[in-house]
Design a protein around this ligand. Structure first.
Ligand SMILES: Nc1ncnc2c1ncn2[C@@H]1O[C@H](COP(=O)(O)OP(=O)(O)OP(=O)(O)O)[C@@H](O)[C@H]1O
Length: 233
């Protein structure tokens, strides 16, 4: 679904990512781990087209991307939930959800929220008329993920969605991610700094350290001891 190879990218003259590669197969959850500041968000921004590549390739569904803008990439089936969620506090839950339809062709932008969204996130149905700013952190995170799912993505990029969220909501979000990857074949690239979160829902992992991929493998074959030096805060 997504393939990144030999990627170099950064901000102005400062190179952050060096020779980065990553593959996200169709319908799989891939965890991207790493300490603070190693370049995880930078990689998501490059994939989304928010930051240019200095070298290397990003391919989506077999097509190599050059300078396609983020809106174009969203229209092709990528949805990005940035760190901090970026929901609109003054808009209602429904209005926030409908913004997810902007990535769809005009003919598919009805004012209906698909029932499956409420099946995955029941609290959003209860809160549908409330302002985004009235929601708790965990509810806002569910809203941000639901808004991304409304655009019918084939690939979901999630930047630390479990950060600062209570354990019961972390569990709910993990269950939803596993369900949508299996039932709808959505691929998910999940950025996280906690290994246990990745182990409980992802099938494959990559570890980024100082802008380089230092480890990758299957989650069921992971040796946590070997990876500790790249993850300890
Ligand atoms: N807009 C920017 N301009 C210049 N440097 C930046 C910018 N955004 C991030 N950086 C730098 O790039 C490096 C990687 O940052 P990035 O946010 O990608 O790391 P991260 O792994 O996602 O960290 P965290 O887990 O804290 O979110 C850091 O040194 C950061 O200071």
């Amino acid at each position: 679904m997504l393939s990144v190879s030999d990627l170099k990218a950064g901000y102005h003259e400062t190179m952050i990512l060096q020779n980065v590669h990553i593959n996200v197969p169709e319908g799989k959850i891939v965890g991207l781990l790493g300490r603070n500041g190693v370049g995880k968000t930078t990689l998501l921004k490059v994939i989304m087209g928010l930051l240019p590549t200095k070298q290397g390739t990003v391919s989506f569904k077999g097509t190599k991307w050059e300078k396609e803008r983020p809106e174009h990439r969203a229209g092709m089936g990528i949805a990005y939930v940035p760190q901090g969620r970026e929901i609109f506090s003054d808009l209602s839950v429904k209005e926030n959800l409908l913004l997810g339809k902007e990535a769809l062709p005009k003919s598919q932008r009805s004012k209906n929220i698909p029932e499956e969204i409420f099946k995955w996130f029941p609290v959003l149905k209860e809160m549908i008329g409330r302002k985004g700013g009235d929601l708790s952190g965990g509810q806002q995170q569910q809203l941000a993920i639901a808004r991304a799912l409304i655009s019918n993505p084939r690939l979901l990029l999630l930047d630390e969605p479990m950060e600062g969220i209570q354990p019961s909501v972390v569990q709910l979000i993990q269950n939803v991610l596993v369900k949508i990857s299996k039932e709808k074949g959505i691929s998910i690239l999940l950025v996280e700094h906690k290994l246990d979160v990745i182990l409980s829902c992802a099938e494959e992992f990559y570890i980024l350290d100082k802008g380089r991929m230092v480890a990758t493998g299957r989650c069921d074959e992971i040796n946590a001891e070997d990876l500790h030096s790249h993850l300890a805060v």
